[in-house]
Design a binder for this molecule. Structure first.
Ligand SMILES: Cc1cc2nc3c(=O)[nH]c(=O)nc-3n(C[C@H](O)[C@H](O)[C@H](O)COP(=O)(O)O)c2cc1C
Length: 331
């Protein structure tokens, strides 16, 4: 599954991934795509850009819309709107820890109150029969308690251990959630600390619904290993290497300059086609933030791209860089 990522998990990226994944081995499951988070207030008030967030192509039957909101009524109203669209499912963001989001009571703040989170799932369940899911972190606060280990001094703090996570998930399960994605980090942890996959494994054992794991899948080998254990969701790697959704022999990193250049230019074309002009620069910069890691001189290319004011200019930076490197490779 492609992870929900603000300014990244839009139609242009899905179109790019589909080009690789169409070459997948026959009989192998096609990827599912989570949308970037959709703000409930903006959706309900018919914001000017909502049609772009709601564009479910190129494969709406495999698209899951992710909602970001804080109130059960408004979330249910938004879910009722989405229920009328062609899509696979509706997901509730219970994991975003960005301060701008948590101060509104949304994202991981929903993990602080088990009763409220349960009411939200129950309210959504009443308005939709689509697949209903929630994307979580380990909880609102980091824990010194070891998994199943002896109680630590902060064990009583809500959200401070596996027991709390399990209780939280069981409540969502009892209210009708169909599956859960766990990004096993606590609210305050950015990407510095490693994702704790032990928690994903432990949760899978305890729940009767599927649990997808997400976090730190940094190369195709890790992806394949994790995928043998259960469903996986891929975030930043999907941007750096969208071809990992293709058949196994096409997945490896790194790739040659020609391939990297063509993929980048294809993405820029898709962005121009499927996102509004107001989004072009921010979305392209966000994409190259991760994609440039494929290049030996990643920081140099990224800086040059960030200085450009048009998609065409960004394309030229990529072409010139790849040409100079191919020249060096030939020497
Ligand atoms: C740029 C960016 C935007 C993100 N936006 C969202 C979002 O809209 N909703 C969400 O649930 N998670 C969001 N996330 C978190 C990812 O879905 C994912 O949990 C995280 O990146 C860890 O997975 P990874 O190591 O495979 O990248 C975002 C992450 C990044 C890097």
């Amino acid at each position: 599954m492609l992870a929900p990522m603000a300014e990244l998990s839009h139609r242009a990226l899905r179109e790019l991934i589909e080009r690789f994944s169409r070459r997948r081995t026959p009989g192998k499951a096609a990827p599912e795509y989570f949308s970037e988070m959709i703000s409930v207030p903006a959706l309900l008030s018919g914001g000017p850009f909502e049609k772009w967030y709601l564009d479910g192509e190129p494969c709406p039957e495999r698209l899951v819309y992710q909602l970001l909101g804080a109130g059960e009524r408004s979330l249910a109203a938004a879910a009722a709107l989405l229920d009328r669209r062609h899509c696979l499912g509706i997901d509730v963001n219970m994991g975003c820890a960005a301060p701008a989001i948590t101060k509104t009571g949304a994202g991981v703040r929903l993990m602080e109150d088990i009763d409220k989170a349960g009411r939200i799932i129950a309210a959504l369940r009443r308005v939709t029969k689509k697949r209903l899911s929630a994307k979580l972190r380990l909880g609102p606060s980091p824990s010194r308690q070891r998994l199943y280990g002896p109680a630590a001094p902060d064990a009583e703090i809500p959200g401070a251990g596996f027991e709390y996570l399990l209780k939280f998930c069981r409540r969502l399960e009892s209210q009708g959630v169909d599956f859960i994605t766990l990004h096993p980090r606590f609210a305050g942890e950015k990407f510095k600390r490693r994702a704790r996959w032990d928690y994903v494994k432990a949760l899978r054992k305890e729940l009767s619904i599927p649990v997808a794991g997400n976090g730190d899948i940094t190369d195709p080998g890790v992806m394949e290993k994790r995928a043998r254990e259960g469903p996986v969701m891929i975030g930043r790697l999907a941007v750096k290497a969208p071809w990992v959704f293709g058949p196994p022999h096409t997945r490896p990193l790194p790739r040659n300059q020609k391939f990297l250049e063509e993929t980048a230019l294809t993405f820029l074309d898709l962005l121009a086609l499927y996102q509004p002009p107001e989004f072009h620069l921010s979305r392209a910069r966000r994409f190259f933030r991760y994609y440039c890691d494929n290049f030996t001189w990643a920081e140099y290319v990224r800086n040059k791209i960030n200085r450009e004011k048009t998609l065409q200019g960004m394309g030229r930076v990529i072409q010139e860089y790849c040409k100079s490197i191919s020249g060096e490779e030939a020497l």
